[in-house]
Design a protein around this ligand. Structure first.
Ligand code: NAD
Length: 352
């Protein structure tokens, strides 16, 4: 078992290990004054893990109510959010009670936003059950729902009371969903973890993920502690995401986030090589690593299509757009690019 302590506007522990869902009752009893807990989860995760979490909470004397919504990004919207708030009101959840987010990033983002806004803020615990949620979404306090105008457009920074990352839950992930999380793990390596990249190149980590997951969470902790509200260093976590969001949007959100980020990383690294910012040997090495983890490295969308969709991304400021650019194997920097240069960047990146 590994514990990573995050010191942000709230200090909390992220515990990583096996069998941790059974500990959620004790953790909730330690962190909450009230004795009611609302568990929020989705229709895929509920049959797998809800009973385990309910039993653990009831075993510590909690009254437990459960809110289960249809799995998938399409549920991370205003309607589900308001249904959840109305549910909490009906269940007479008070400010000393808590929410428990059991699931992937969709469950975590939605529950966190509800926790921040219900009664002007009640405590919540994160129980991530996807690799992506374990290494990224459940830590750092970004919460959100999607609007018709775009992904994550309504949200808040609101840190959880604690995170229990039960690695047993990763065993039931479909291979594609595990691969999506691998894109984020490789991203951490490219931001600043040559040691992490070396481990990833040696072999897969699905059987024994603790060391890799803990290393990624520690890297995220370091960035969140430097820049909780995402105005500087934390933006490094967007490696592959700016063009990746463009790719996701081009696909009408049928391509998963992880796959889009993988292609985005390859394109931005290719662009960096073309503009002389990154040694040429980094791109083929990155592509080999992404493919080793069953991730794509190219897209059929044209540079013009990608440019148009990428421009609607939040990271645009006036005439420039922020990119995260690899400058070496295991090192990346923030780099502002004039908006008119972005299409050229994508075209050259794809040609590498
Ligand atoms: P997800 O929550 O939709 O989970 C992916 C799929 O896996 C779903 O079908 C889910 O039901 C299923 N699933 C979850 N756990 C499972 C398990 N243990 N066994 C079997 N199936 C399981 O998606 P995700 O990839 O976890 O997260 C993506 C979301 O996270 C996006 O909405 C994204 O915006 C958000 N995100 C947030 C942050 C943040 O900092 N808040 C960071 C990255 C991504």
């Amino acid at each position: 078992m590994t514990t990573v302590t995050v010191k942000a506007s709230r200090t909390y522990d992220v515990t990583i290990g096996r069998g941790l869902l059974a500990q959620v009752g004790k953790e909730a009893a330690r962190l909450l004054k009230g004795r009611s807990a609302a568990v929020v989860t989705d229709s895929n995760v509920a049959p797998l893990y809800l009973d385990r979490v309910k039993d653990a909470l009831e075993g510590e004397g909690f009254r437990v109510c459960t809110f289960v919504f249809p799995a998938g990004e399409a549920s991370k919207n205003g309607a589900t959010y308001l249904n959840l708030l109305e549910f909490l009101a009906r269940e007479q959840i008070t400010r000393t009670d808590g929410l428990v987010a059991l699931g992937g990033g969709v469950v975590g983002d939605l529950t966190g936003f509800a926790a921040d806004t219900f009664l002007r803020g009640i405590g919540f615990l994160q129980l991530p059950t996807t690799l992506l949620a374990a290494v990224d979404a459940s830590v750092g306090g970004k919460t959100a729902i999607d609007l018709q105008g775009g992904k994550n457009l309504a949200g808040a920074f609101y840190q959880p009371l604690g995170v229990l990352c039960d690695l047993d839950t990763l065993d039931t992930l479909p291979p594609e969903t595990f691969a999506d999380g691998c894109a984020e793990v490789i991203k951490y390596g490219m931001i600043g973890g040559p040691d992490l990249l070396a481990k990833l190149e040696q072999g897969t980590f699905r059987q024994d993920p603790e060391e890799i997951v803990a290393r990624c969470i520690a890297m995220k902790r370091d960035l969140v502690e430097q820049d909780e509200f995402d105005t500087g260093a934390r933006q490094l976590l967007n490696l592959g995401h700016t063009i990746g969001h463009g790719i996701e949007a081009c696909s009408g959100y049928t391509l998963s986030h992880g796959k889009a980020v993988a292609i985005g990383m390859a394109l931005v690294t290719g662009g960096a090589a073309a503009f002389g910012l990154c040694p040429a040997e980094v791109l083929p090495r990155l592509k080999r690593l992404l493919q080793r983890y069953d991730l794509p490295v190219e897209t059929a969308y044209s540079s013009a299509e990608l440019y148009e969709k990428t421009l609607s991304d939040k990271k645009r400021t006036g005439d420039t757009i922020q990119l995260v650019v690899p400058t070496a194997w295991g090192r990346s920097v923030l780099h502002r690019v004039p908006v008119r240069q972005l299409e050229d960047w994508i075209t050259k990146g794809a040609a590498q």
